[in-house]
Design a protein around this ligand. Structure first.
Ligand code: Z5A
Length: 217
């Protein structure tokens, strides 16, 4: 693979989407070819799965097992349709969430068997794994305040996953901590509660050393 694969992770409102855009702009300005993606979604099939997972009127009875498999059906499609060809073409792929979210949300949050979760992820991604994962950490009160202020400016759209209780999100946050501690080479912890520019600068510090190996186009 000639390209570079970077994923962003963290709890809701940690600032991933904002930083994905900022990083993509920086890289593009330097002449790199950049592909920004989100999960679940990122392909026409994946976006339909995303709707089923989050917003469909018929998703109230979804089981944790179905949720796990749908997340990874979307991922299997994204990996083969977009990520592998983009990496083979030498692009920088920047993904808003990837398989660590499955471990955190379906493994720790929904309390599915972690070995089974890992087996499903492995089947979906094969050898396609991020070189660098930027884990933006924010305390729950910062996350809640950001989501509230964003919601005030947007029309309400029901989201099944956000309907889970506080304990679920505490388990998810704990899960991300365990993941970051287990793979410190790949997963870099960043304080997402800092001002935007500081988060952005820290991210650049981590991404920049990986770039020269790519060359320029
Ligand atoms: N999910 C799963 O369960 N299993 C999986 O395998 C995968 C996903 C892949 C996807 O939801 C849901 O799917 C998610 C996990 C689950 N569920 N939940 N709950 P999504 O894609 O709709 O949303 P999200 O990924 O949870 O992210 P988000 O809520 O959109 O937040 P964000 O992208 O991290 O944050 P943001 O949009 O960049 O920022 C939020 C606000 O804060 C915004 O107004 C910004 O302007 C502001 N912001 C950002 N950074 C800062 C700083 N540094 N200071 C001040 N304000 C800031």
């Amino acid at each position: 693979m000639k390209g570079l694969f970077i994923s962003f992770e963290g709890t809701e409102g940690c600032g991933k989407s904002t930083q994905v855009k900022l990083l993509a702009n920086q890289l593009t300005a330097l002449g790199y070819r950049v592909r920004t993606l989100r999960e679940p979604g990122g392909t026409p099939i994946g976006e339909e799965i995303r709707h089923t997972l989050k917003h469909s009127q018929h998703n109230h009875a979804m089981t944790a097992e179905a949720e796990l498999l749908l997340m990874n059906a979307s991922r299997a499609q994204l990996v083969r349709e977009i990520i592998r060809p983009a990496l083979a073409a030498g692009e920088v792929v920047v993904c808003d969430r990837f398989y660590d979210s499955t471990t955190a949300y379906q493994g720790y949050g929904r309390e599915l068997d972690l070995e089974k979760v890992k087996a499903v992820i492995d089947f979906a991604v094969g050898e396609t794994k991020p070189k660098l994962t930027l884990f933006l950490h924010v305390p729950p009160e910062v996350s809640a305040a950001r989501l509230k202020s964003r919601q005030e400016n947007l029309p309400f759209v029901r989201d099944r996953i956000e309907e889970a209780d506080r304990k679920f999100f505490e388990r998810v946050a704990h899960g991300f901590g365990v993941i970051a501690a287990a793979e410190p080479q790949r997963v870099k912890f960043i304080n997402g509660a800092q001002p935007l520019e500081m988060v952005c600068a820290k991210i650049w510090e981590l991404v920049h050393p990986l770039l020269p190996r790519l060359g320029r186009w």
